[in-house]
Design a protein. Structure first.
Length: 168
């Protein structure tokens, strides 16, 4: 039997460029200043925890990163380059996805329809397009398999357990 040594990740060197970097970010809702001069870095291959008290602005920061809220000021850098993110589609184009803890799902839709909500896979025949339910179910099934979930793509969300809903 041979012993295997597990590599312990190290902190990034000053030369490493963060995958995502925010500098001096601000966000207000009316007179309430939620984010004030926030700096944030996330590096590829590392887990980054965002920790703080209730009301500290964690959700607002994440929603800004995801393009749900626009920041009032500050810099948003992706792979060291300034980018503009004003919508979830723009964030998604960078590869940014957010899994929300509130499980806001459409109970009347299938698991695969919920997974692709707002970015449905479509088939085209000339100028006509329609939803490709088969392709969405296939891809959702692959994703559920990666999660080792028993969730089936065509099952309705309203009939699912809490764990299956979390997988969706």
């Amino acid at each position: 039997m041979t012993a295997q040594r597990e590599e312990v990740p190290t902190r990034p060197s000053p030369d490493d460029v963060p995958l995502l970097s925010l500098r001096g970010v601000n966000k207000s809702f009316g007179a309430v200043h939620v984010l004030q001069d926030v700096d944030f870095d996330a590096y590829a291959g590392q887990v980054t925890a965002l920790v703080g008290d209730n009301g500290a602005g964690k959700s607002t920061l994440i929603k800004g990163i995801a393009g749900i809220y626009g920041f009032d000021s500050g810099e948003y850098l992706f792979e060291g380059r300034p980018v503009t993110v004003h919508s979830p589609k723009q964030a998604n184009a960078l590869g940014i996805e957010v899994v929300y803890q509130d499980l806001a799902l459409c109970n009347n839709l299938s698991a695969s329809a919920n997974v692709f909500l707002g970015r449905e896979i479509k088939k085209r025949l000339g100028p006509i397009a329609w939803l490709d339910h088969r392709a969405m179910a296939k891809r959702a099934g692959e994703l559920f398999g990666e999660l080792k979930s028993e969730t089936r793509p065509r099952d309705l969300v309203k009939q699912m357990s809490g764990g299956q809903r979390q997988a969706v």
